[in-house]
Design a protein around this ligand. Structure first.
Ligand code: GLN
Length: 491
């Protein structure tokens, strides 16, 4: 038994052919059955969801008032503020923190009649690529419980892949929606920077952070984007949010599109053979659908990871300064002085990766090093953005693998931060340039006797979010539609 797509759940719930409580029975049934092993969920609000289902059932008769996500069960990453829920960002420091308000995207989902199910585990403060930096639990990959689901939106990807819910909301700073989506065999979208409001998303790297949906299909991602951006797009509570552009003419075919194959991303060393093969097959499917594929080379692409890790850590060191034991979360008294309390709260509250990044970020911003590191990184970022803009003058899309490898084993990269950072090599360029990018499933590879999904990433020009998703949807139609969750076997 398998919960339907978000669109189907919505249509059937609106029509009354599906009871919202039956949907919830399915959701909770799967969570009860699998989450002991998977550990995707940090918190499940059963009572809240049941109350909400009652409210929505009562509203159903008013047919013209039923929202775009009517009855759709939704899981959220635990760095998105939900009024009254513990929003701990996978950190001890925020244990017990309950925001008194909803993030704008959460409010919009609720206004569209979605049903909030609970929040999902994540890497602490969204820093990581495997879920293993969570202070509470590291989620498992439903395709192989010995492997990481990717990160940092780890629990969200696992929850969608395992068929708990058809839709989840994560956040993507350097790939945290796209990479776990790829490793778990679902679709995940990072919009143009500013497309979705960041109000109520706990900040990591503010110039990079974007909320992004994860679902089973690009079609459901389109539905989510429509709701989350709202009719205006611009949120007065987020100065960096941008107005929703008028809907572009519908793109009904891949025929005639000029698509750049990101050369270094699929031919470079470190790209898994099977990933390369699946991606080449993806290119073939695009060609067969009438697209023209040309080579695309990103100059200085080897600088993407260092540039990202300078900028993201610099911003994180500043953003995380607010967590000092006074205003949010947990306080550790220390030696009784104010400075001692702040130092102990941070020393006990933050995990190793977060501390590493605060140190690195403070270093690259410090007097004398700022020009050498931070400003150079900003320069490289600008140059990369300009290069993408030039490329999109003659290209409609750029395709690459989403991740150089399929899901890796838990523990495999935890002792080598640089190996972990390399997981993001394909996703950070679009983040640095603020471009929309989506990962969709593109076949599977076999590793040590298990089947593991591969993701294909489509990147589009700034602002071309709808076009990006529509193209991904058309690609999905050429094969590889969602076939239900993998068989989840306990170790
Ligand atoms: N894995 C990347 C990092 O650790 C990206 C994280 C993210 O997108 N939030 O920074």
């Amino acid at each position: 038994m398998n919960l339907a797509s978000a669109r189907e759940v919505r249509d059937e719930s609106r029509a009354g052919s599906r009871s919202l409580h039956v949907t919830l029975d399915e959701v909770f049934g799967r969570i009860d059955r699998f989450d002991g092993d998977l550990q995707a969920m940090a918190f499940v609000d059963r009572e809240g969801a049941r109350r909400r289902a009652d409210e929505l059932e009562a509203k159903r008769k008013r047919a013209d008032e039923l929202g775009t996500l009517f009855g759709v069960p939704l899981v959220v990453k635990s760095n998105l503020c939900v009024e009254g829920w513990e929003t701990n960002c996978g950190s001890r420091l925020l244990e017990g923190y309950r925001p008194p308000y909803n993030a704008t995207v959460i409010q919009r989902a609720l206004d569209a009649d979605a049903v909030l199910i609970g929040c999902a585990h994540m890497d602490e403060f969204a820093m990581g690529s495997s879920g293993e930096n969570s202070a509470f639990a590291s989620s498992k990959n439903p395709w192989d419980l010995q492997r990481a689901p990717g990160g940092s939106s780890s629990g969200c990807a696992a929850a969608v892949a395992a068929g708990y819910v058809p839709l989840a909301l994560g956040s993507d700073t350097g790939g945290s929606v796209r990479q776990p989506a790829a490793l778990c065999g679902v679709s995940g979208f990072k919009p143009t920077y500013g497309r979705l409001s960041r109000f109520g998303l706990v900040a990591f790297g503010s110039s990079l952070d974007q909320v992004g949906p994860l679902a089973r299909s690009a079609g459901d991602l389109e539905l989510a984007l429509e709701v989350l951006q709202g009719s205006e797009g611009k949120d007065p509570r987020d100065a960096t949010s941008i107005a929703t552009p008028p809907a572009p003419p519908e793109n009904t075919s891949l025929r005639g599109l000029r698509i750049g194959m990101h050369r270094q991303a699929f031919s470079g060393a470190g790209v898994h053979r099977g990933v390369r093969d699946r991606v080449e097959e993806g290119f073939e499917r695009l060609r067969a659908a009438g697209a023209e594929l040309v080579e695309f080379e990103l100059q200085r692409s080897e600088l993407a990871i260092p540039t990202y890790y300078v900028i993201a850590t610099a911003e994180a060191s500043s953003n995380l300064a607010r967590f000092e034991g006074v205003r949010y979360g947990r306080r550790v008294e220390g030696d009784g002085s104010l400075a001692g309390m702040m130092a102990s709260s941070r020393a006990r509250g933050f995990g190793a990766e977060v501390k590493r990044r605060i140190l690195l970020g403070t270093y690259v911003l410090s007097e004398g090093y700022r020009e050498a590191w931070y400003e150079k990184a900003l320069e490289t970022r600008r140059a990369m953005g300009a290069e993408f803009a030039r490329a999109f003058a003659s290209l409609d899309l750029i395709v690459s693998p989403t991740s150089p490898t399929p899901a890796f084993r838990l523990g495999e990269r935890t002792r080598d931060p640089l190996a972990m950072y390399a997981s993001d090599v394909m996703t950070v360029p679009a983040s640095l340039a603020g471009l929309p990018a989506v990962s969709v499933p593109c076949g599977t590879v076999e590793e040590a006797g298990v089947r593991l999904p591969v993701g294909l990433q489509f990147t589009a020009a700034r602002g071309a979010d709808a076009f990006c998703l529509e193209s991904a949807r058309l690609f999905e139609e050429t094969g590889d539609a969602w076939q239900g969750p993998p068989t989840i076997t306990s170790p």
